[in-house]
Design a protein around this ligand. Sequence first.
Ligand code: C2E
Ligand code: MG
Ligand code: MG
Length: 473
Amino acid sequence: MTITAVPDAGGTVAHMVATYTDLSEQKRAQREIQRLAFHDVLTGLANRALLHERLCEAGREVAKSGEYGALLLLDWDNFRSLNDAMGHPQGDALLRLVGERISACAGKGATVARPGGDEFAIVLHGICKSREHAAAQAESVGTRILQTLAAPCRIAGTDYQGSASMGVVLFADQTLDADALLKQAELAMYQAKRTSHGSLHFFDTQLEQAVSERMRVERELRAGIAAGELRLHYQPQVALREGRLAVVGAEALVRWQHPGRGLLAPGLFITLAEETGLIAPLGRWVLRAACEQLAAWQNQPRFAALVLAVNVSAVQFLDPGFTQDVLDLLEATGASPAHLKLELTESLLVRDADAVIATMAALQARGIHFSLDDFGTGYSSLAYLKRLPLQQLKIDQGFVRDLETDANDAAIARSVAALAHGLGLAVIAEGVETAAQRDLLVAMGCTTFQGYYYSRPLALADFEAWCRQALSA
Ligand code: C2E
Ligand code: MG
Ligand code: MG
């Protein structure tokens, strides 16, 4: 609205004139110009200019978050000959269909662009902080896209079957140049075309090998869990009581009896299981095996008092069905909840603390105990600690290892023991390998131990034999 004063002959303003202008059309035109400048007219996707801008943005985001992002570049195989053969209007229709299929596959958070011709680009913004996991995610999105594109495209009544080849490059903090990234993705894409149409290649071939290795292990682990290849080993937990050694229980540690690679330690597969969701069936197997063992011991006077500690991953613990799963298992196996101790790690606490406390309280009400594993290595807030229904802190082996030589480690171990006493909690030290470490721990007020000094983790029969011998000593 414009208002103009209209003075009379004497110069006094007696009235004003207001003029209204409708700007809708102008605004619409501005938006349209903006859209045309940054979007591809044919598919409505981001064009090269906007892709460039989004890549720069994504670069700034990952620099802040410490996560990895990915650029996926795909090119329709033999588009030119197709375009010539079926006519340009049909070629256009194909490109539109391809754009729609990619957008549907790529998910909400991704940027989908058509930088030109028969090329399409997908930007996956911060995926996660692990490079291999991010690569595996990018690979899975890329493979999904290639699979949907391999389905026949119906254009003007004819089914047309084609394929696309894809190049993938990861970016993090240090790789910010959008042009260089596009170039790398393009190189990988040409490599894919040379290898076989419809395939996916990483710019970094080492990463590519790591990803395919990882996918192989994931496949094998999935099959291995189903085929009964998991085993439980038991590491004794002992206490010094009035100078006498008592076996109070054991920690159940999972192993994977791999058909080709032998007995594998959890360090080789737990993280992968957590990242791929396999921790759910794995964790359930461990809990069931532990409960069955407890139930079997209940009828043997020698073992009836043992408490079995079971490691529970954060992902597993935060599953809404966890409490019920555990209660069902106890019910089904007849194991006594008072002999089951769940080991949680501090990483759990940085998640939803209220949910964690609620789950712990529900299980504790049934008699299950909790121990905080690897204590001191995470970011526990002491304020949380006092709210947690815990029975035990576990001094991490990282502080025990150099107890005799490193004054800082000794100070931390001593503080953890004092903290436990102050909060009315029990304390156990793990990774005890020498009598000197044990003596220092005793002097700090920690009298329960686990470590190679007493025994390595053992298969069931060996563990039971070890207990018999320790009890008769
Ligand atoms: P953790 O719970 O802290 O288990 C202690 C690890 O330290 C075990 O390794 C054990 O063999 C090792 N250890 C015990 N005493 C000594 C010692 O005196 N010296 C040294 N150097 N090491 C000692 P392991 O069995 O390879 O397990 C590694 C980790 O894998 C465990 O750490 C735990 O975080 C995870 N894990 C094991 N079993 C399971 C499971 O069933 N579920 C889940 N979610 N995680 C598991
Ligand atoms: Mg543990
Ligand atoms: Mg530990």
